[in-house]
Design a protein around this ligand. Structure first.
Ligand SMILES: Cc1cc2nc3c(=O)[nH]c(=O)nc-3n(C[C@H](O)[C@H](O)[C@H](O)COP(=O)(O)OP(=O)(O)OC[C@H]3O[C@@H](n4cnc5c(N)ncnc54)[C@H](O)[C@@H]3O)c2cc1C
Length: 300
């Protein structure tokens, strides 16, 4: 069977697209390996009607609502290869199966490359966090830190002071005078020493350990990790990408179409600002553009 659309990645972006395509009575196959980026968090914030809910439960509800449409097929398998075959696309799965679709939507998300500092990974998504709009409010006016992991960290330290008293942990890095002055104006404390590890009770952070046996109390540590695309399929297909300060993104036009005709992309892989609202909106936009292209440009 040839699907109208194969969606690679069945999370916020992919499921939003699947819902719209299903409602247009298109056949859709959603491939998903079940590892959404926010799986480390127990609460999700900032998405209307779901503020404070468990992100896994949100996705289960979304999946169940999409699965109610008879033209949708779900496969818990990874796409490992994709190529153009005549006027369609062939996708090979890890299981060895091969599918064909008239259009392709890439929604496979990104992964965060966490610093190797001991304790960071264990607290990631709970008290080591990256997005103040997602999790900052819950730590308002508590002891906040920002770890210097990239040239963007200075900007993050300035911003985080909006939420509470902030220390910028330089971890051996340096600041110029303008940056030091900017942080001072915002009341951000600067700590120059190298960071050895962070510790806490369960998923709650309590201390940051600096070289020289110095310890400081801390409730939340913000980091802005680099991220990487979860799949090489965009590259295999020849889709153009751009590289920003924190990672690579697939280039799309205002309709979420990539540089390859018939291949669309949505969600975190297409943008530098990442959240569920944007991912869902991208998925909806991609689905409407795919539908229009199936109607008006049947042969690519
Ligand atoms: C710790 C943390 C907490 C967050 N909290 C919030 C929050 O509170 N509010 C908010 O709005 N945003 C939050 N975000 C951001 C949010 O998680 C992302 O913006 C959102 O998940 C992006 O959706 P997506 O569909 O683009 O990608 P993802 O949700 O990452 O989904 C990609 C899907 O593709 C699948 N996949 C990958 N490769 C393949 C393949 N080859 N074949 C098949 N399937 C594949 C994956 O298994 C995954 O299910 C948080 C992020 C992190 C890291």
């Amino acid at each position: 069977m040839q699907y109208d659309t194969i969606i690679i990645g069945g999370s916020f972006a992919g499921l939003s697209a699947a819902l719209y395509l299903a409602r247009a009575r298109k056949s859709v196959c959603v491939l998903d390996t079940g590892a959404p980026r926010n799986r480390f968090a127990v609460e999700s914030h900032g998405f209307f009607a779901q503020d404070g809910n468990d992100p896994k439960a949100m996705l289960e509800t979304m999946r169940a609502q999409v699965a109610a449409y008879p033209t949708v097929t779900f496969l818990a398998d990874a796409a490992v290869d994709a190529s153009k075959k005549g006027i369609a696309f062939a996708v090979t799965l890890r299981s060895g199966a091969q599918l064909t679709g008239k259009r392709l939507l890439l929604a496979f998300g990104v992964s965060d490359i966490l610093p190797e500092t001991p304790g960071i990974a264990e607290h990631w998504g709970a008290s080591v966090i990256h997005c103040p709009y997602c999790h900052g409010y819950e730590y308002c006016d508590r002891r906040l830190g920002v770890l210097n992991v990239s040239p963007m960290s200075f900007h993050q330290a300035v911003m985080i002071s909006e939420w509470g008293p902030t220390t910028f942990y330089l971890d051996g890095g340096a600041l110029d005078t303008a940056q030091s002055d900017g942080l001072a104006q915002r009341g951000v404390r600067i700590e120059a020493a190298r960071v050895e590890r962070v510790t806490g009770d369960g998923r709650n952070l309590s201390e940051i350990h600096l070289v020289g046996s110095q310890r400081q109390r801390l409730d939340a540590l913000f980091i802005g990790p680099r991220n990487q695309l979860n799949s090489t399929i965009a590259a295999q297909l020849g889709c153009a990408t751009t590289t920003g300060p924190l990672g690579e993104a697939v280039t799309v036009n205002e309709n979420q179409m990539t540089s390859v005709a018939g291949v669309y992309a949505a969600g975190d892989i297409t943008r530098m600002a990442h959240n569920i609202t944007f991912a869902c909106a991208d998925g909806v936009m991609a689905a409407m553009a795919i539908h229009r292209s199936l109607v008006f440009d049947a042969a690519l």
